[in-house]
Design a protein around this ligand. Structure first.
Ligand SMILES: *[C@@H]1O[C@H](CO)[C@@H](O)[C@H](O)[C@H]1NC(C)=O
Ligand SMILES: *[C@@H]1O[C@H](CO)[C@@H](O)[C@H](O)[C@H]1NC(C)=O
Ligand SMILES: *[C@@H]1O[C@H](CO)[C@@H](O)[C@H](O)[C@H]1NC(C)=O
Ligand SMILES: *[C@@H]1O[C@H](CO)[C@@H](O)[C@H](O)[C@H]1NC(C)=O
Length: 552
């Protein structure tokens, strides 16, 4: 009798670094198995997903801009918007924001009145999204969105004149006390705090932004902000970076310029990430920043003077802030990229996707879409190019990590209006999901599944997660981590952070063949500001789906 049952043997231990695995069919004939994949979720969500935020009920709020002309989705209930200051159409019955339900893969229109173009956001500790600024009648708006069930009617609530200053291309960061700092914006060399302390407050000066502005090239919009474990902010603008004490409006430390002299912020548009904060070691957390890609110096004026599209930057810089004399360690991405998005995956790897190989951010400013994601492994500093391409995701595309471990990708609108023809890169209204290699069925035998978890995780207090897995290996291969969902736009995932938590014990329940993990909540609100996080278990490099926990 011939045994026809195929045994799949994986020949590599570091399987997750590859998008392909070499497998054997038991006959000694290795074949390649595609581990990663893209899925077209919806060919049109009616708008271009320029800004995205995952909410703690698993829904994703998305929006583009109100002065873009007629979108491909109508406002609910035959509603229309009349806005005399709108630069495209004053009478518009189409929606410019939608709420996407991940589980049912459906969406509904939301009603936003003021212009959200190139704005920013952060989620309050109670789960309400605060979204700030934009253009024209939206430049000083604060808007709120409180998550509700999909069939319920929750919608945007807007405060058009809320902000102290105009905030167009600003960056937001949630603070340890639950307030939000809003930094910069076009011609705004200052920052302000939400909620606004009083109606007379005008915000605080921030000369660093004036100093780092490259004239009409700017190159310091959407500054990269990361809250550090000591409570200060890391701010990166153009080529310079500092530790900033926003409470005293004082620069605590300035780092060397990133080598090479290439600007990294809009419209040069590289990206930046705070690498996972590790609480498992019994030493102080050593925060580390990584900045990747962008356009070379002069790239923007090169495009604007119609000389062409300069090849994008392929370098990344890593900066360990706690070193006595921190210096950038440079690395080279296998694919040069401008307008890439950098996201932390549950595995603590970094995915870099979307964007272009030449040009800069801005209308019609880029060429050569880079459609293959790259996954970077911070631990051994390796980049892997993924094998499957997406559609071109140029200017105004975005990406967020979903609780189920997929990466949601949408947008691409590299010109004014929703132009689907007669343009180099048509406006893209579709929504795609990228399945990183770890989601492949190949790893199902060791994939942990969270059965139950405490809903509240308190600082320095232990909590429980109950899980099962077909095959449990060893405790050393198990890790518990929390990941804050990002507000992503213009190549920067605001508020994204991962904290790897201390595991205290793992107990097996013989009867149910499940396991109970006891782990320690984050040490401080500076390490993990209060709010909703996705909790992941990772077992031998394979993550569970995320469970929502509230850190408080
Ligand atoms: C607009 O939406 C309709 C369905 O409502 C769809 O058939 C059409 O392809 C969409 N257009 C674009 C450009 O996505
Ligand atoms: C969260 O707090 C904000 C500001 O106080 C408030 O407007 C909002 O309604 C709150 N959201 C929830 C879900 O309670
Ligand atoms: C895009 O469409 C608008 C409105 O239909 C039109 O005015 C504009 O010229 C188009 N842009 C390009 C680059 O073709
Ligand atoms: C995990 O949860 C299940 C269902 O609530 C329970 O039966 C089991 O005993 C738990 N296992 C552990 C190890 O606590």
């Amino acid at each position: 009798m011939i045994n026809t049952k195929k045994t799949l043997i994986i020949f590599t231990t570091s399987i997750l670094c590859l998008s392909l695995a070499i497998l054997s069919d038991g006959q000694g004939n290795p074949f390649l198995l595609q581990l990663d994949r893209w899925e077209m979720l919806l060919p049109s969500i009616g708008i271009s997903a320029m800004h995205m935020q995952v909410l703690h009920n698993g829904m994703v709020i998305m929006f583009d801009r109100t002065d873009f002309g007629i979108s491909n989705i109508s406002l609910a209930g035959g509603m229309c918007r009349y806005d005399p200051s709108d630069t495209a159409v004053k009478f518009d019955c189409s929606a410019h924001s939608v709420l996407y339900d991940v589980v049912s893969n459906t969406f509904r229109p939301l009603n936003v009145q003021t212009d959200t173009w190139c704005s920013s956001g952060a989620v309050l500790p109670n789960g309400t999204l605060v979204q700030t600024g934009g253009y024209n009648d939206g430049e000083r708006a604060a808007r709120m969105f409180t998550p509700c069930g999909y069939t319920q009617r929750c919608d945007w609530i807007e405060f058009p004149q809320y902000l102290a200053q105009r905030r167009w291309y600003a960056t937001n960061q949630i603070l340890p006390d639950g307030r939000i700092i809003v930094v910069g914006g076009r011609r705004q060399f200052n920052f302000e705090i939400f909620p606004r302390p009083d109606s007379r407050s005008r915000g605080s000066r921030f000369e660093f932004l004036r100093e780092t502005s490259d004239g009409s090239n700017e190159n310091n919009l959407y500054p990269f902000l990361h809250l550090l474990p000591d409570g200060n902010l890391f701010v990166f603008a153009n080529t310079r970076s500092i530790v900033f004490d926003y409470k005293k409006n004082r620069i605590v430390k300035e780092f060397p310029e990133i080598p090479g002299g290439d600007p990294r912020n809009y419209p040069s548009s590289g990206s930046s990430i705070l690498l996972p904060l590790d609480e498992t070691k019994n030493t102080n957390i050593e925060p580390e920043i990584m900045v990747c890609g962008g356009a070379p110096k002069g790239g923007f004026s090169y495009v604007k003077s119609r000389r062409g599209f300069m090849p994008a930057t392929s370098t990344c810089g890593r900066l360990k802030l706690s070193n006595p004399n921190p210096s950038w360690e440079m690395e080279t991405m296998p694919l040069p990229r401008v307008m890439g998005d950098m996201l932390l995956l549950p595995t603590a790897d970094v995915i870099i996707l979307n964007g272009a190989g030449a040009g800069t951010a801005g209308w019609e400013n880029a060429r050569d879409p880079v459609t293959r994601p790259v996954i970077y492994h911070p631990f051994d500093r390796r980049f892997s190019i993924m094998s499957t391409p997406s559609r071109p995701r140029m200017y105004h595309s975005s990406a967020v990590l979903l609780p189920d471990g997929r990466v949601l990708v949408g947008g691409s609108n590299p010109h004014v209006y929703y132009n689907f023809t007669n343009v180099e890169y048509p406006t893209d209204l579709s929504l795609e999901a990228y399945y990183p290699p770890y989601l492949s069925f190949t790893f199902d035998l060791i994939r942990p599944k969270i059965l139950t978890s405490d809903k509240v995780v308190s600082y320095k207090r232990s909590f429980n997660v109950n899980f099962s897995t077909p095959q449990f290996l060893t405790v050393d291969l198990l890790s518990v981590r929390i990941l804050a969902p990002s507000f992503t736009t213009h190549s920067f995932a605001m508020n994204q952070r991962m904290v790897i938590l201390k595991l205290l014990s793992v107990e097996r329940d013989q009867l149910t063949n499940s396991y109970r993990v006891n782990a320690l909540g984050p040490s401080t609100a500076e390490i993990a500001p209060p709010g909703y996080y996705m909790l992941f278990l990772v077992h031998a490099g394979v993550p569970s789906s995320g469970a929502w926990v509230h850190i408080e």
